[in-house]
Ligand binder design. Sequence first.
Ligand code: ADP
Ligand code: MG
Length: 263
Amino acid sequence: MIRIAIANQKGGVGKTTTAINLATGLAAAGRRVLLLDLDPQGNASTGLGLRRGQRAHTSYELLGGETTLAEAALATNVPRVDIIPSTVDLSGAEVELADAEGRAYRLREALSEEQAGGRWDVCLMDCPPSLGLLTVNALTAADHVLVPLQCEFFALEGLSQLLKTVERVRAGLNPVLDIIGVVLTMYDRRNRLSDQVAQDARAVLGDTVFETTIPRNVRLSEAPSHGLPALVYDHRCPGSEAYIALSRELIGRLSGSPAKVAA
Ligand code: ADP
Ligand code: MG
């Protein structure tokens, strides 16, 4: 199972939208996907149609060692996409784990091959908007990190902070961690600033930036209120088409990396 953390400490940059639609795009390409909701807001869970009452076991319990992957994973309405949901309980985890032994390694243990038992090809972790212990756990458990970058002012400033954290995790906790790519989100071609940020990002980050850019598209923001990925809600809208292209690009990048997803 290839583990990918979707991270950026800024809120509202498209992490959850990317997690849901990449999960769906990868599943459409035949991969068995586990989506791990690591945000106490539970937007990935809601966006995949999980009602509160269905969240029997959560990522909070997984971090606390009170449940296992096998027990916590729930099927969604999307074929080949399972989810481990989150609830607001998770907001306490940062504090509760603060002094725990091996606190940064909780997820790595929970997501080990032994625990996953060959049930999934890919695990996508939807991180919260902070660089706290939850994100550090995700980065420590991950083979790769994928960074959504919103095409707006200050986008690159926030990125350097994230890259420092990735560097620290690599140095101290998880030497194999790499950045599989930065995806530009909410790109508006009529907006000059959006275009400028996209150009700057490509100039600074080069090939790290995915060729696929996710456009600003209202269908992407409507879909979660129906409990559906945009790829299911309206698979032909520009946003869905972009996420399908991104899924393909990601599979291509992963197949070139040591931990292969393209089976
Ligand atoms: P994050 O998880 O980083 O906080 P979200 O994925 O929840 O970000 O996105 C923030 C808001 O923007 C949500 O309301 C979402 O529906 C909307 N959104 C995300 N991506 C797009 C897009 N490409 N076009 C239009 N709206 C988007
Ligand atoms: Mg989110």
